[in-house]
Design a protein around this ligand. Structure first.
Ligand code: 5GP
Length: 191
């Protein structure tokens, strides 16, 4: 997506060869118009595939996920990294290792927001090692629901996330794919 690539080049900062900081428009301050355009683009890719819900992992995937869900006319569900005391219903859980924080967390959702009739689109901000997305895939499969695919804002294609997901037969749709990165260098791939 040209708009996102331009924004990354203008405002993104590669901290090193593996971490991209996009705090001015995705992870801290949020650009709502860009979020809308990105959510709509992801929805357009998966439109007509019978998606019943959009799932995201808190917190930076929420903005594009809600716009994608609105476009598809379906609810959006936030998978929790921290279990709140108010989440007292039966839950599905799976352990995930965080790429940026290097710690494990229990990805959690209430069982009453998923059923075996659901066909789910997963949306997240980054795809790196694929831990977060494969965690979401495990949760969905525990509930015997099916997966339409995974919509990602920024994929770091030099990390193994896409390959891991594609090996499971999943459709990965990324709006920007970074092939190479370092301080003062960001190169996109278009395949
Ligand atoms: P994965 O689970 O694919 O290894 O990593 C995905 C998660 O880690 C994303 O949800 C995102 O929160 C975080 N992440 C991975 N790489 C980056 C990065 O380069 N920059 C930022 N800001 N977050 C990242």
């Amino acid at each position: 997506m040209k708009l996102l690539e331009e924004k990354i080049l203008a405002e993104g900062h590669a901290l090193n060869e593996s971490i991209l900081k996009v705090d001015s428009f995705i992870n801290h301050q949020v650009d709502p118009q860009l979020m809308y355009e990105m959510g709509k683009d992801i929805a357009d890719h998966f439109r007509g595939q019978g998606v019943t819900k959009v799932f995201t992992i808190e917190s930076s995937g929420i903005a594009p996920a809600v716009y994608a869900a609105q476009e598809l006319g379906v609810p959006m569900v936030i998978l929790k990294k921290q279990v709140s005391k108010t989440l007292k219903t039966d839950v599905w859980q799976t352990q995930v290792t965080s790429f940026t924080k290097g710690v494990d967390y229990e990805l959690t959702m209430a069982k009453n927001y998923i059923s075996e009739n659901d066909h789910i689109l997963i949306v997240d901000d980054f795809l790196a090692n694929g831990e977060a997305a494969t965690g979401a895939v495990r949760l969905i499969r525990k509930a015997h629901a099916t997966i339409a695919g995974i919509g990602i804002l920024i994929e770091k294609s030099f990390q193994p996330g896409r390959q891991k997901l594609e090996e499971q037969g999943l459709d990965v749709y990324s709006l920007a794919r970074i092939g190479k990165m370092d301080v003062d260098l960001i190169e996109f791939i278009h395949e």
